[in-house]
Design a protein around this ligand. Structure first.
Ligand code: PLP
Length: 396
């Protein structure tokens, strides 16, 4: 009498959401918790986007079902935004609007994979990828790149993981959880390798606008145009416009894949909320000044958190070049007794830090790389300094 299917029973809870929920619950109970758990900008959604949504609520057009693949106006706005931001030329028929990047990833894998198809997933990886691949019947194959290589995989490492079952390479730059950003040349080398072996690529560009130090990078199908027919781009408004709760993302891909994924979505969820789609039209058609402002703040916090983490004996944090995460190795803290507790794993260390000094960070176990902690620096400057100071004192 199996109450839950093996397929769904095998899925682990999202560790990042779990840490965030625990921190928020402690906070609600009056504890002075500082949360570095969530990948969520602390800024409000820009006014012009909110205003578009308010207007949309009053517009009777939006009371009704709309096309499953997305509002035509939004798809066209995404086509134009994609040309503007990454120079990738696509048509509206290549766009599917989804309930956030997360749904885009799941639907794209479900559309591309047959049972047993392998997907190469560079680790440390965003916690959702392997679950999403397994749910779609695929097999994630991890390739680890640690801090000694700035958390970036090489074509040689990918080649060593390739088998005759490999169908897709997952690529995420800037990366969650490491903040690694691949240079234009590195993107091209990886894209060429995939092309040479007839692989598909899913490239997750949700942090495209959060790149620091003027680093030159490129969208993979722009660096390697010949791969467009086997390339799926995932993106969304969550991180760029501080719209995590609005739930708008999208898939860009070859027409046949997008059509098939749209059929899936038509049965799974019908259309995405019209009001949120209208807000997203305002977001992607507007300028990038709001994200430029956020980026300045993130850059400042990035420097602060990296410097402060590296002051802790036993912690090593390479400088992240993108997104809003610091991903230090904490291997030097394991096995050390603090306040009567001796953490042996980064999961135990994260628990110790939350229990003793009420600071929430996500352990590397969630990202396929034990021995690390992920700190999101998308929180206020004062909280950031206070939180890391607490951690410093705990291990002083
Ligand atoms: N891709 C990456 C790498 C992410 O970090 C996230 C969110 O944390 C997403 C996709 C999905 O974002 P959303 O579903 O909020 O659009």
């Amino acid at each position: 009498d199996r109450r839950v299917s093996a397929r769904i029973g095998g899925i682990a809870e999202s560790a990042t959401l779990a840490v965030d929920a625990k921190a928020k619950a402690l906070k609600a109970a009056g504890r002075p918790v500082i949360g570095f758990g969530a990948g969520e900008p602390d800024f409000p959604t820009p006014d012009y986007i909110v205003e578009a949504a308010v207007e949309a609520c009053r517009d009777p057009r939006n009371h009704r079902y709309t096309p499953a693949g997305g509002l035509p106006e939004l798809k066209q706005a995404i086509v134009e935004k994609t040309r503007r931001d990454s120079g990738y030329e696509v048509e509206a028929a290549q766009v599917l609007v989804t309930n956030g990047g997360k749904q885009a990833i799941y639907e794209a894998f479900a559309t591309m994979l047959d049972p047993g198809d392998e997907v190469i997933v560079p680790a440390p990886y965003w916690t959702t990828y392997p679950e999403s691949i397994r749910l779609a019947g695929g097999v994630p194959v991890e390739v680890l790149a640690d801090e000694t290589q700035d958390y970036k995989v090489t074509p040689e490492q990918l080649e060593a993981a390739r088998t005759d079952r490999t169908k897709v390479l997952l690529f995420n730059s800037p990366s969650n959880p490491t903040g690694a950003v691949y240079s234009r040349d590195e993107v091209e080398a990886i894209g060429r390798w995939a092309l040479e072996h007839g692989l598909w690529v899913m490239t997750d560009e949700i942090y495209e606008h959060l790149v620091y130090d003027g680093l030159e990078t490129a969208s993979l199908p722009v660096a390697v145009p010949e791969i467009a027919d086997r390339c799926v781009v995932v993106n969304g408004v969550a991180k760029t416009y501080a719209m995590t709760g609005w739930r708008i993302g999208w898939v860009i891909g070859p027409r046949d894949v997008v059509k098939a994924a749209t059929n899936l979505q038509s049965h799974a969820t019908s259309n995405v909320s019209n009001v949120a789609q209208r807000a997203a039209i305002a977001a992607v058609s507007g300028d990038l000044s709001a994200v430029e402002e956020m980026k300045k703040a993130f850059d400042r916090r990035r420097r602060t958190i990296v410097a402060m983490l590296n002051e802790i004996d036993g912690v090593f944090c390479p400088e992240p070049k993108g997104a809003f995460y610091a991903y230090p190795s904490v291997k030097g803290l394991l096995g050390r007794t603090v306040d009567g507790v001796t953490p042996q794993t980064s999961a135990e260390l994260a628990e110790l830090i939350l229990d003793k000094v009420e600071v929430a960070a996500v352990p590397g176990e969630a990202f396929g790389s034990p021995g690390y902690l992920r700190f999101s620096y998308a929180l206020g400057d004062d909280d950031l300094v206070e939180g890391i100071t607490r951690v410093q004192k705990l291990f002083a």
